[in-house]
Ligand binder design. Structure first.
Ligand code: ADP
Ligand code: ADP
Length: 232
């Protein structure tokens, strides 16, 4: 795992009156699962996108394992961070296997290792490799697309996982299985995981700590599920 430090992190979108993320300070420990909960529009996705360097902060700093994300080599950044989102973000012109192989390929894994890894990841998310390997995203249900999105995020074995409502469309039995897998990845491989959800039961099940956010991503509470349940 790797620590994630947010220091005075701020994002103001061009033309908007108020910042979407306003001066946030937070330290996520190596090997910890932190859940972001908070009302729609409070800046959760914006924060994750900044950590993943999909959008540029207008102020402050992000460090992963002590290193400033802004200056990190792009390939190194892809090695460090796996990212899964509700909309899956799969490339429509690529097969399931090509989507999952994307980051391992980018970071230079050998082909034989990538092929084995794609199979392993499909098994992990409960999709039969023989059946799904060569399909295109449009040939999958919403829940299946999300599962491939999760497989893609995990494929290159990154120490950090950023997950933005990754199981929203996944059926309850598979969701339960994937939640257990995330807990296993954290316990056995010490992944640092930041996970956004609207589902409070999911937050309680997965979270070592829960960050309750208000508008502009201001932190209302940041504590263990037990503490949050006893002192809401
Ligand atoms: P959440 O993930 O908590 O629902 P978001 O991070 O998506 O919140 O959005 C935070 C705020 O920033 C919202 O007010 C939203 O309307 C605004 N916002 C998000 N993306 C953009 C954008 N590309 N341009 C302008 N405003 C945006
Ligand atoms: P850093 O030098 O930033 O620590 P590493 O090169 O150690 O980055 O890679 C970070 C992660 O990416 C490791 O967890 C490793 O499993 C994975 N990884 C990167 N490249 C390869 C590779 N060629 N084969 C296997 N794993 C790799």
């Amino acid at each position: 795992g790797a620590t994630i430090e947010l220091e005075n992190l701020t994002k103001r979108y061009p033309g908007s009156a108020a910042p979407a993320v306003d001066n946030v300070n937070m330290e996520i420990k190596a090997g910890e699962i932190v859940i972001f909960v908070g009302p729609s529009g409070c800046g959760k996705s914006t924060t994750l996108k900044m950590i993943n360097r999909l959008i540029e902060p207008t102020g402050g700093r992000i460090r992963i394992a002590g290193e400033d994300v802004t200056h990190m080599d792009p390939v190194k950044l892809r090695r460090k961070i796996g990212y899964a989102i509700q909309a899956s973000g799969l490339f429509p012109h690529m097969t399931v296997a090509q989507n999952i192989a994307l980051v391992p390929k980018m970071v230079g894994w050998p082909k034989s290792k990538i092929d084995a890894r794609v199979e392993e990841m499909l098994d992990l998310v409960g999709l039969d490799p023989g059946e799904f390997h060569g399909r295109y995203p449009r040939q999958l249900s919403g829940g299946q697309q999300q599962r491939v999105g999760v497989a893609r995020a995990l494929a290159a074995d990154p120490p950090v996982l950023l997950m933005d409502e990754p199981f929203g469309a996944v059926d309850p039995i598979t969701r339960d299985h994937l939640q257990d897998e995330l807990i296993r990845l954290q316990r056995e491989l010490h992944k640092t995981i930041v996970f956004v959800t609207h589902d409070f039961d999911e937050a309680i099940k997965l979270g070592d700590r829960i960050a309750v956010l208000r508008e502009r991503s201001r932190i209302a509470q940041f504590d263990t599920p037990e503490a949050i349940l006893t002192n809401p």
